[in-house]
Design a protein. Structure first.
Length: 223
């Protein structure tokens, strides 16, 4: 049996193009004790991945090596196992890479409870949701309950994967939410679907004037 994976062919100098990656075919290998095989069904496409294909070694994470499978978060199902912690049929998520299958020998992948689908595992419960949660609850420390007025939070990139989760958490906590995005469609979605109190199209609106109008008592939190 064989499977396909997408490997890094060369580091892009600017835009990623057809010369950046290569599709390779690999032979399936037998499992050793403690290993398990994952059939990868879904992948997460994140802005951080652009930095991962930069050759600069002075980053928070080493770059993907030339010839290696492209690094990415993924979701899959254990199809074969010699590891009791990961029985066949388990849903898992973690750094799988751009591949149809991967063999893992440790606990670097996390078990996903049954009933949680791939989209939720990779978004709200994945890196975007975790980034939003830590930024909002740990860094900003969320709302200050003792205040006698609703706090105001400004969220930039509010229609993105992280920002949209922050907007929803802030609304659930009763904050006055000012959300910035780059198109009228995104602003309408933020207001009509996510409940943002004030929306600003930063490409066409007077940002300073609109923020001032939406926060007459000042800004408490900025994400």
């Amino acid at each position: 049996m064989s499977y396909q994976a997408i490997t890094l062919k060369q580091y892009p100098s600017a835009m990623i193009d057809e010369d950046t990656f290569s599709t390779q075919t690999f032979d399936e290998k037998a499992l050793a004790d403690g290993e398990y095989r994952v059939k990868v069904t879904h992948l997460s496409l994140d802005p951080a991945m652009r930095g991962w294909v930069s050759p600069d070694p002075n980053s928070y994470i080493p770059p993907v090596a030339l010839g290696d499978t492209m690094r990415s978060l993924g979701f899959g199902v254990v199809s074969e196992s010699k590891n009791d912690k990961y029985p066949v049929g388990s849903q898992v998520t973690g750094m799988t890479g751009w591949t149809e299958q991967c063999v893992i020998a440790d606990d670097s992948l996390s078990i996903v409870p049954q009933g949680v689908d791939a989209k939720t595992a990779l978004s709200t419960l994945g890196m975007p949701g975790l980034t939003a949660y830590i930024g909002y609850n740990d860094v900003l420390q969320g709302p200050t309950k003792q205040q006698d007025k609703p706090q105001t939070i400004v969220v930039t990139g509010a229609a993105g994967a992280v920002g949209s989760v922050v907007v929803q958490m802030a609304k659930a906590d009763g904050l006055n939410v000012i959300a910035l995005a780059g198109s009228d469609d995104k602003c309408q979605w933020l207001k009509n679907d996510l409940g943002a109190d004030h929306v600003i199209n930063y490409k066409k609106d007077d940002v300073a004037a609109k923020i001032s109008a939406g926060s007459p008592q000042g800004i408490d939190l900025f994400f």
